[in-house]
Each structure stands twice: as C-alpha cells, then as structure tokens.
Design a protein around this ligand. Structure first.
Ligand SMILES: *Cc1c(COP(=O)(O)O)cnc(C)c1O
Length: 375
C-alpha cells in the first residue's frame, strides 16, 4: 500500500507518555467509582484514534467515546473490547450493526427507539443494543427536552420485550469552560429535574466533558467523557487554569527543502504580498494548507534552531516560505508546533493567530501528514 506522505519529512509526533500522564492525573482527581472514558473521535482529535485509544487504555481508561459509528467500528476492528459509545445520532438503520458489534448508541427521541425496534426485530442479531439517553439541558444539539418525553423513552427501554439495554443517561454542557457559571447552573438544574423523571437510573450517568470534569467537580455522575484535556490541551483555551499541569502530546515538524538568498525588492509567493526590504535568506518548508496548516498563518512564525522565523508571503497548498536570520542548511528541522530549544509554539498559539480554538487546528491536520509515536 502506498502511504501518501511517507517520503516527505513533514510529520506529526505524538507523545503517548503525555497522553498517559494526563489520564493518570485526571483519574487521581476522581473517586474510584468514577470511570474515565477516553474521547477519541475525529481520529483522536487528529492524534490517531487507535494509538490514542491503546495508550488511554494502558493508563486506565475503561471505555471510549466516538462521534460516529464508523469510528466505533474502527476501534472494534483494532481489537478494542471495552465499551464504546457513539455520541452523535446514528441512523436507526444501523441499529443491528451497532448491536452486533456491541457499540452503544446515543438516543435522543422516542421516534428513534420505535424505528430501531422494528429494524432490530427483522435482523438476525440476538444481542441487545446498548443505548444512552441524551438529555438536552441547554446545549440545543441532541436529546430529550422534557421530563415527560424522557420518562416515556425510559419506560420503553425497560419493557419486557425490549431489544435494548438501557446502559446510560447523559447530558452535555455548553459553557463548562467559562468563568461565568450562570448558564452552567441553569443546565445543571435542568439535568437534576429531568433525571428525577427516571425511576431507576442506568449503570452510567455522565455529564462531564473535560471542562466539566476540571472545573465543576461537584457534578454527579459515575463516568467522565474525557476529551481534549487527555491530549494535553486546556479546554478553556487561556481563560481558566487547569487544576493540574496538562502535557501537550502533539508536535508538528518538517525540514527545510530549499534555502536561498533573496535580493532586496524581490517578492515571495502568490499575490507577491511580501517584498524583501533588504537582502535576506529565505527557507522553503514542505507544508501548506492542504496539510491543515492554514493559509491564514501568513505572518505567523515557526522555530528553526530554537529561534522564531516569520512566515513570509502567502501559505501555499503544499509549501510555505520563512525568513531566516542567516543562511541555514537544507534539511534543517522546522518546528511548526512544539518546542525547540528555549522556545515553544503551542496549538493554542496557532489557534489564536487563526482566530479559532486548538481543537480545530488539531483535528484539521490532514491524513497526508504521517503520525509518528513516541512512548
Ligand atoms: C466531544 C465531546 C466530549 C469531549 O469534549 P472535550 O471538550 O474534548 O472534553 C464529551 N461529550 C460529548 C457529548 C462530546 O461531543
């Protein structure tokens, strides 16, 4: 098989020790009855779903959350046998596939249960389908909105002939990463009044993403859906400080492919938006927006020999140019995210420059960039 990107010195390096350390620190904050399920959707936030899942498991994660059914199937195909929950809505037509693979599905309406009941009745699958009822307490994305609807769904799941295993109930907070907790408390109150409508709570009751777990310890629940923080990224960006040190796992590096002396008044890249004010040295880096290194990063910087070098001219699809302090050898390492010497460029720094959040930068790194693992 041809691995596209294998013969180019541009790579993501993922430090699995950092992932394990973040998980262990999180688990140390929790009581022994609270499970940690590692959220590995979107290819493990760009870090690699299978490798992250295995590292998380080694560090004590007892289950996994994904966004779509195929991500769960990929975990099963890789030999992961722990519980796997799909957080988004899966089309009921795949209910029997999920049941067969013992993948738990989030359910947000009675209509979904009715359709899935019919589908499961006509399939050969004998295992029950594990479901987690999603409660919309204010996120406004998926889930039951009233105690009455919820109570009907819970009763349906508990009927004698039900093809379902009522495994969990959960909600998701919209503002857990903010200092102002007004809306958080509003959601928490909704949550409390909604679950009061369910007589007998299922095995997993869960409300916490990373931010909720880090900053709202008092929340009830017995499982944490630990996502971005396991990758060492602060869910709030720079707003709130983490109760323990998070260790970023990802770095992004390349090597200079071309180095030249540029005479004063000559220009660089599409649109000729950059013109040298004096004679300078320019290096070319084999990465561009097709790799997930955004075009908006013109004017930002990379690290070469431990020093910051400005990205000059437009970022192209596959290459970009940087201004060097002096002549540097072709093949010199370029750090786009990570530490070189005394300096660091974090995913947060990149996100700030792009006007977005680190989540988006991490998951945007293209499959063309190989992921290399250290442990
Ligand atoms: C993505 C997601 C999480 C994980 O969120 P982080 O902020 O990465 O911790 C948890 N729960 C749900 C429902 C999600 O969609």
């Amino acid at each position: 098989m041809v691995v596209i990107g294998e013969h180019r010195h541009t790579q993501v390096t993922v430090d699995l020790q950092a992932i394990k350390s973040n998980i262990r620190k999180e688990m140390a904050q929790k009581d022994e009855l609270t499970e940690l399920w590692a959220v590995v959707k979107a290819n493990g936030y760009g870090h690699g779903i299978i490798q992250v899942a295995q590292a998380a498991k080694a560090a004590g994660a007892t289950g996994f959350c994904v966004a779509i059914l195929d991500e769960g199937l990929a975990l099963r195909a890789a030999g992961i046998t722990e519980p796997v929950l799909v957080l988004g809505i899966t089309e009921p037509e795949y209910a029997s596939l999920a049941a067969e693979k013992s993948i738990s599905l989030a359910v947000g309406s009675k209509a979904w249960l009715d359709t899935a009941t019919q589908i499961l009745a006509t399939s050969q699958v004998t295992q029950p389908l594990h479901v987690h009822l999603a409660l919309d307490t204010g996120m406004g994305r998926i889930g039951f909105q009233t105690p009455a609807e919820l109570s009907v769904a819970a009763q349906t799941l508990r009927q004698a002939q039900s093809p379902f295993d009522f495994e969990g109930i959960f909600t998701h907070f919209a503002t857990a990463d903010q200092a102002d907790d007004t809306y958080f408390i509003h959601q928490l109150n909704n949550w409390k009044s909604m679950i009061a409508a369910v007589d007998d709570l299922p095995r997993y009751v869960h409300v916490s993403n990373s931010a909720t777990s880090l900053w709202h310890q008092a929340c009830n629940g017995n499982m944490v859906r630990f996502g971005v923080a396991l990758y060492g990224l602060n869910p709030s960006g720079r707003d709130l400080s983490s109760p323990y040190q998070l260790q970023p796992a990802l770095s992004l590096t390349a090597q200079l492919t071309f180095v030249k002396h540029l005479a004063r008044d000559k220009s660089i890249s599409y649109g000729a938006t950059y013109t040298a004010a004096q004679d300078e040295w320019i290096g070319t880096v084999p990465i561009g927006y097709a790799d997930g290194y955004e075009r908006r990063l013109q004017g930002f910087h990379v690290l070469i020999d431990g020093g910051f070098c400005e990205i000059v001219g437009r970022v192209c699809m596959d290459q970009l140019m940087v201004r060097l302090p002096h002549e540097v050898a072709v093949g010199t390492k370029v750090t786009l995210v990570g530490t070189d010497g005394a300096n660091t460029i974090s995913l947060q720094d990149v996100a700030d420059y792009c006007g977005t959040i680190h989540y988006e930068i991490a998951c945007g790194l293209a499959p063309r960039v190989p992921r290399v693992y250290t442990d």
